[in-house]
Design a protein around this ligand. Structure first.
Ligand code: FES
Length: 57
């Protein structure tokens, strides 16, 4: 599903950045993709996806 509509980023994109690139927070994620940098509505769900992906590892 799309998480960040402004940048067309999906939950799979986020999970991949966490598992393959080691992103642990939104700042890390922004090193790999443009996310949560426009309207900001996706910030909370993005952090939740990062956290749940880390817990699943
Ligand atoms: Fe992510 Fe707007 S939905 S910045």
């Amino acid at each position: 599903m799309y998480v960040c509509l402004c940048n067309a980023i999906t939950d799979k994109d986020i999970k991949q950045a966490v598992t393959e690139q080691g992103a642990g927070n939104i700042r890390d994620l922004r090193n790999h993709m443009s996310i949560a940098n426009q309207c900001g509505k996706c910030t909370q769900i993005t952090q939740q996806i990062i956290d749940s992906t880390i817990l699943d590892e």
